[in-house]
Design a protein around this ligand. Sequence first.
Ligand SMILES: Cc1cc2nc3c(=O)[nH]c(=O)nc-3n(C[C@H](O)[C@H](O)[C@H](O)COP(=O)(O)O)c2cc1C
Length: 186
Amino acid sequence: MNTESLKITGIAGSLRKDSYNRVVLKHLAQERPDSVDFSIYDLKHIPLFNGDLEENGDPEAVVVFKEAIEEADGLLIVTPEYSHGVPGMLKNALDWAASVTNENVLENKPAFVLGASPAMTGTAFAQVQVKQTLAAAGALVMQQPEVYVGQVSNKIEDGKITDEKTKQALDQSLRAFIKWVQKMNK
Ligand SMILES: Cc1cc2nc3c(=O)[nH]c(=O)nc-3n(C[C@H](O)[C@H](O)[C@H](O)COP(=O)(O)O)c2cc1C
């Protein structure tokens, strides 16, 4: 890793056009320090995991996804919550990334998980599951700070975060993650 600059790949666990979680991800990308290269990867092209497909080599969309993780010094995931759990398409993408058949790109990867939802709990249940999946794959998951953006529909307007406390918490957590990435890559 270049100690002067580092690269973060960010993903949102939603395919929805007006996804709150993507708004949070874009906010973090915009607020990054100049020394940080922050790329957003869209999961919409990832096929359903199938070991038979994988045996013939990862599908092209998966190759691109895994490269986006591999090339990054840190992985940042903003997850929604469905039925008190991780959205299936996010879990599916992480399973492709973690599978050892064609290389587990999550191993030793510094990672940060946060999320936003209209409920008070702000994706707490989903975050636990995403963190478990990442830990099982050997990722180095930052445990603190935790960011649960609850009641998000009151905090985002026209695709922008309007709540100052939320912006502050997000900006602090990004700075903490940058430190975590630097520490884990030493
Ligand atoms: C099938 C389904 C289940 C949901 N379950 C939960 C839930 O358990 N907890 C929660 O906070 N929100 C739940 N929601 C609401 C989502 O948090 C909400 O749709 C959110 O906007 C999705 O994230 P996005 O805006 O990034 O697409 C659920 C939504 C769907 C479609």
